[in-house]
Design a protein around this ligand. Sequence first.
Ligand SMILES: Nc1ncnc2c1ncn2[C@@H]1O[C@H](COP(=O)(O)OP(=O)(O)O)[C@@H](O)[C@H]1O
Ligand SMILES: [Mg+2]
Length: 247
Amino acid sequence: MPEPMRPGNAAAMAALNARLAARGLDLVEPGPIEDEPMPTEPGHPEYHRQHRAELALARWATATPPRYQHADATHPDVITWAADVAADPGNARSLLITGTTGTGKTHQAYGALRRIAASGPQNFQMIAITTADMYGDLRPTGSAGAAEHRLRQLCEIPLLLLDDLGSAKASEWTEEVTYRLINHRYNHCLPTVFTSNLPPRAERDDQGRPREPDLIAALGERIVSRLAEMTTLVPMTGVDRRRTKAA
Ligand SMILES: Nc1ncnc2c1ncn2[C@@H]1O[C@H](COP(=O)(O)OP(=O)(O)O)[C@@H](O)[C@H]1O
Ligand SMILES: [Mg+2]
């Protein structure tokens, strides 16, 4: 009687091999079982990346107003910036998107954040706020503690979109909180997208006065030189898309 085959029974395997070899047959040794997970299975890096992307995109959708729910970045420099942040947020620059009303600045900004979410980052947390709303949150009208808490949130959030910089009424106080925010994010290498209707620095006339409104006039030199250092400037051109839509 041939010995029954049991897993791990080396003697039985050897006997069987010998009998097969005698007949000129070769039994192929069973190799290790292919048990690496597939990209669609837990344990595979791609499975976990996709899972993170789903969570991040849900957060992005919650933080994004209905008008920009379908926004995608199309400007090449904005696409490059989003890819840089997705690859290494600690080493990415910030972004300053400028241009007149309706050129698509806010659309590009939300689109960039959406691309970062879709890449499935380890940690996706964002706040998107207009500068005017931010000043509204930070005015110490109620408890000063609440305003400080909000400023801390805005300073520390891994990704911030600050929309329409320089369009709210300026004062010493707005300059101070804006500087504190920008300086903190700069020091901690936290990527920020700024949009503004104003160019950072307009041409000056003979008396040194700006020929058109600019960010220096709205925010002060100290903030603009910080911005110049930390951001990639993306000027948007073209017509007012809101008017084209309405026509
Ligand atoms: N690339 C685009 N594709 C489709 N719609 C766009 C695009 N860019 C902007 N829009 C739409 O045009 C309008 C103006 O864009 P928006 O980003 O709000 O301009 P801005 O912030 O420069 O004033 C919005 O309704 C926006 O949804
Ligand atoms: Mg806008």
